[in-house]
Design a protein around this ligand. Structure first.
Ligand SMILES: Nc1nc2c(ncn2[C@@H]2O[C@H](COP(=O)(O)OP(=O)(O)OP(=O)(O)O)[C@@H](O)[C@H]2O)c(=O)[nH]1
Ligand SMILES: [Mg+2]
Length: 242
């Protein structure tokens, strides 16, 4: 049974680069895979997609022909894709490969907070998992907490198991280990705010214990094997990656 991997994450977090590098690594490791571009706004891709959503709609065409703004065109594009989601899922199903790596739109809110992502996840056949990219290279420890919560929300919204993956690990060096220690320490607050902070901290500590993060670099290839192994564990242990 094929495994669909939806690569998701905030704009610029490294989705397209990881899609490309992971598929290269799979070819070199003798694992059969194919690559799908679901970003209608993509201009250049570092891989040759086996299925490309731009055969249905392109953001730049919508901007030109319908005079839409970039975000208006993105919303319109996601509506067009949603209306043809059955065909899209069918095309992905017909591709050959044990792993189907799906590069998703740059603006993750289109995929996650509209129907596109969950609707696709429910229509794809085989096993489906999400790889949530957390780009810590340009953020602080507190942002790490927000990204981990986003990972949890993505898992709930898509209804598929997910892995939290720290992208661009080659840019982190030792700074990362410091950030990781500080990442879920919350400022002291009182009253209602204090209660929220306390509850949030305990949720984050729980996440840290039960769902580890895998660091990956699409430049050096570090972490790709660990990511592949974790994907196997994801389906064996029902998402408990402790
Ligand atoms: N050093 C380093 N840079 C990376 C890595 N992965 C991605 N980048 C860089 O980060 C930038 C964004 O990478 P993309 O792969 O386009 O990210 P994306 O999430 O697909 O971006 P959008 O689709 O526009 O949201 C590019 O300049 C990449 O070269 C990595 O592992 N290491
Ligand atoms: Mg991209």
């Amino acid at each position: 049974m094929a495994t669909n991997l939806m690569v998701i994450g905030p704009a610029g977090s490294g989705k397209t680069s990881l899609t490309s590098k992971l598929s290269e690594w799979m070819v070199q490791s003798g694992i059969s895979s194919c690559v799908i571009n679901l970003d209608p706004g993509a201009e250049r891709l570092p891989y040759l997609p086996d299925y490309d959503i731009r055969s249905i709609v392109r953001v730049c065409d919508l901007m030109e022909k319908e005079g839409l703004s970039p975000n208006g065109a993105l919303i319109k594009a996601s509506e067009i894709i949603e209306s043809r989601i059955g065909d899209v899922a069918g095309s992905i199903h017909s591709l050959q490969g044990d792993f189907k790596i799906i590069d998703t739109p740059g603006q993750m809110e289109l995929f996650l907070f509209r129907q596109l992502g969950s609707s696709l996840a429910s229509k794809l056949r085989g096993k489906t998992a999400a790889i949530m990219l957390l780009d810590l290279s340009a953020v602080s420890g507190a942002d790490y907490a927000a990204l981990r919560l986003l990972g949890l929300i993505a898992e709930l919204k898509l209804g598929v198991p997910s892995l939290d993956v720290l992208s661009k690990s080659d840019l982190l060096d030792r700074k990362a280990s410091v950030l990781w220690q500080e990442r879920i320490t919350a400022p002291k607050s009182e009253g209602l705010k204090g209660e929220f902070v306390h509850n949030l901290s305990s949720l984050l500590s729980d996440l840290e214990k039960r769902k580890r993060v895998i660091a990956v670099s699409s430049v050096s290839g570090e972490g790709l094997e660990a990511l592949y192994k974790a994907l196997g564990e994801l389906f064996c242990s029902c998402g408990d990656l402790s």
